[in-house]
Design a protein around this ligand. Sequence first.
Ligand code: SF4
Length: 397
Amino acid sequence: MPGATPADEGRAAGLPARRPVLPEIEAQRPIDALVVKLAARCNMACSYCYWFRDPSVMALPKRMGEDVAAQLIVRLREHILDHRLDRFTLVLHGGEPLLFGKGRFLSLGLAAEALAAETGCDIRLCITTNGLLIDEDRVLLFIRFRVAVTLSLDGPADQHDRVRFDLRGRPTYAKTVAALERLRAFGQEPGILAVADPSGDPDALLDHFVAELGLKELDVLIPDATADDAPPAIAPFFIGLFERWWTTYAAAGVRIRLFDAIIAGLVGASSGVESIGYGPVRAATISSDGAIEAHDVCRITGRMGAGLNLATDALDDIRATEPWRAIFDASLDLAPACRACPWAQVCGGGHIASRWSRANGFANASVYCADLKAVIAHIWARVAPELEFTMREPLHA
Ligand code: SF4
């Protein structure tokens, strides 16, 4: 197709039109979610963790102080009232966020609850944890404050224990599964986050999660890497995982967030996640010392510091800082190779950190570009015939 644009190529492949995104309108939207670093240490030492690649985290307070947590609520109150927000999400994170302690967690939950009652804003709490510290008290705290819990679990014991061990090098699979069972004993079903091992067996991973553990909702993350790294190929693993899901588990209602996001992008919708898909990255982070920072995972790029703190600055001040704006702009202004790519709506250039290099900043295609193209093309080839079939069916049979 001489002179064809990516949109032309996309249409030729049967893809729906791209969703328009208006950068200046997106940039004006107030922050509506924060990643809150309740702890800057962990009780585990996973082999792939991005957090401790930045040695400066060891200079941060181990746990967020009660004064900082109280200041967070003060700033959140002024932010919600200023912008008349009716929903806000606090993503409780670490290190290991449960190192924050039960008493502090109770105080934070009560303060968020009181703020929600005062402002009418639906303040949602989510937590991502390794589960090692989940006991009955903590389950009751999660229930009391309607905390959406996500457990990090990388697969069957041999797979999980190869990369996820405690500070003494001991395996952690059994403790994490015990946390899953403890939550279930109280009627709580957590989400599960696994980091993919591209050399692993995708069938064994999914069979373990679904057939053995009975999971219905999970996500399998692409390993963190920047464009300066040379990570192993991920396409064979993710294509294998998709096939197992599509042929064996999808019809039974099992959801894998990455595949949901890719299929959403393929039908022209927003992916709803930041790991894949075209759309603005607007994340902001509160560090355990109260610093207001840009996207947490960009710590691997060395671009976190914005010079802001809850003690002196408003939450929305982060939008005027160079690190936040650089990530926001890069999320919408894709690298030249991505602008010419028919999969750009679905892929969005890949995770923002996977596009970063010392030489070019964010102006690269994802380090996983070839793999992403292969995975997305495979999924489109499998899904498109089903869509065509569905669209030919009468709406009301
Ligand atoms: S990273 Fe590769 S697959 Fe993704 S949008 Fe860019 S060129 Fe396309």
